[in-house]
Design a protein around this ligand. Structure first.
Ligand code: GLU
Length: 434
């Protein structure tokens, strides 16, 4: 609630949170949506401007306030399937799963929530109609930090069904926080992929003037329909500017910034392409890193994930009881994020040796760049002797891969699979500074 005097005035004028209002302040005036009060100052009126930013205006400085328009009430949704025009050569699907890209501001709470469907996204960006025949579908509405292996299983099955329908590409609108976990999950779950599956998100919700959703979606749809490459990718802003989007391999990227538009970077690799969306052009940066598009390929689905898998960060003072606890709880796989080349404190060795007797234990590095190498120090060699599998890939990719391998293959096969390249995840060559 605003201060009592403000609430009384708003009631007298019939203004509610969510209505469009005009507020005059001596010579200036502002037009925007009335927002709930900021929690620390009830005497400041908060309005959201058309550019997406909120401003606060001190009540004592306001000379006039008027209602411009009532809050738009939600209208019943009608499925407008018949609007899909078969006018392009290529057909792609947009599967929406939630995240900021499918969110809008809830004017009651002032917070952003995932309330937009794939159809809403499609309708909000007219340029998408010029790219391909597009079939938008909402498959879930979840923030990506709340996802679990069941969500990956569902996503993989949905993607597989779209492939069977014969689409030329698939775009998955997704929350950015854990997009790289999902892209890794799909990279493993759908094998022998002949088309591009492109994850896309946004750092600002789609209803904000400053949103990056439109550029990212246009670019990902261009890549999904026109690219010569096949596989699972992430397509997001290349830099802070709207000029181009970068396309990263789904097993090589990570969210490296909490809020910037260019949050995603390829790690120990180059992006595979960039999309110059205004020119409708794709520039390939690493064509031979990835398979080429081939719609005749028969994809195979391996959509099971073992849930009893953990990702553990080792650090000075690490308590080995954490590893003992996982074994007591019958965990089948443990991915360790070691220090440096993949090291563990010596006093944790006993717990690791015991864990190797009961579960598959993999070692990755918490360094972002470089490789795991357990041969340099005797401590690393001890880990190898105990049965720890060195994994030359991002820790979160190793985690997803281990859950996937344990979900679909025998223990002996899993040990082999963790050592070999399945979806471009293994770092073979280091590109420093990339
Ligand atoms: N934390 C939310 C998610 O990952 C929103 C963040 C985003 O989409 O950028 O789904």
């Amino acid at each position: 609630m605003y201060a009592r005097e403000i609430e009384e005035k708003l009631t007298e004028l019939g203004i509610k949170v969510g209505d469009k209002i005009k507020v005059s302040k001596e010579e200036k005036y502002y037009e925007g949506i009335l927002m709930p009060r900021s929690f620390y100052n009830p005497d400041v009126l908060v309005i959201k401007l058309a550019n997406g930013y909120n401003i606060g205006i001190e009540w004592k400085n306001i000379v006039k306030i008027e209602k411009v328009e009532e809050e738009k009430k939600k209208v019943a949704r009608v499925e407008r399937k018949e609007e899909i025009q078969e006018k392009h050569e290529k057909t792609i699907s947009i599967l929406s799963t939630g995240g900021t890209i499918a969110s809008k501001v809830d004017y009651r709470t002032g917070g952003v929530r995932p309330a937009m469907t794939a159809q809403d996204l499609f309708e909000a960006i007219p340029e998408l109609r010029e790219i391909a025949n597009i079939e938008p579908r909402t498959i879930m509405q979840v923030y990506s930090e709340s996802m679990n292996f069941e969500h990956y299983e569902k996503m993989a099955k949905e993607v597989f069904n779209e492939i069977k329908k014969g689409v030329d590409g698939i775009v998955i609108a997704h929350g950015t926080d854990t997009m790289h976990y999902s892209s890794a999950a799909l990279s493993f779950a759908v094998q022998n992929l002949g088309i591009p599956v492109v994850f896309v998100g946004a750092q600002r919700s789609s209803d904000r003037g400053s949103s990056d959703a439109a550029v990212n979606l246009i670019s990902s749809c261009l890549f999904a329909s026109q690219s010569e490459l096949a596989g699972v990718f992430i397509c997001m802003h290349e830099s802070m500017s709207d000029y181009a989007c970068a396309v990263h391999l789904g097993t090589r990227a990570r969210k490296l910034h909490a809020s910037r538009r260019d949050a995603f970077k390829s790690v120990n690799a180059k992006p595979v392409a960039r999309v110059l969306w205004r020119e409708k052009k794709i520039e390939y940066l690493c064509k031979d890193c990835v398979n080429l598009r081939d719609k005749n390929k028969e994809s195979e689905l391996f959509a099971n994930f073992e849930k009893k898998v953990a990702l553990i960060k080792l650090h000075p003072g690490f308590n080995p009881e954490i590893i003992d606890f996982l074994i007591e709880k019958s965990y089948k796989g443990i991915v360790l994020e070691g220090t440096g080349l993949g090291h563990a404190p010596e006093y944790v060795m006993h717990a690791i040796r015991n864990a190797c007797e009961h579960a598959i234990v993999c070692m990755t590095s918490q360094c972002i760049f470089g490789r795991v190498n357990l041969n340099v120090y005797y401590t690393g060699r001890d880990l190898l002797k105990a049965g720890v599998i060195p994994c030359e890939m991002l820790p979160e990719v190793a985690f997803i891969k281990l859950a996937w391998a344990l979900g679909n293959f025998s223990e002996e096969e899993v040990k082999e699979i963790m050592r070999k390249n399945v979806a471009g995840e293994i770092v073979e060559r280091i590109l420093y500074g990339e």
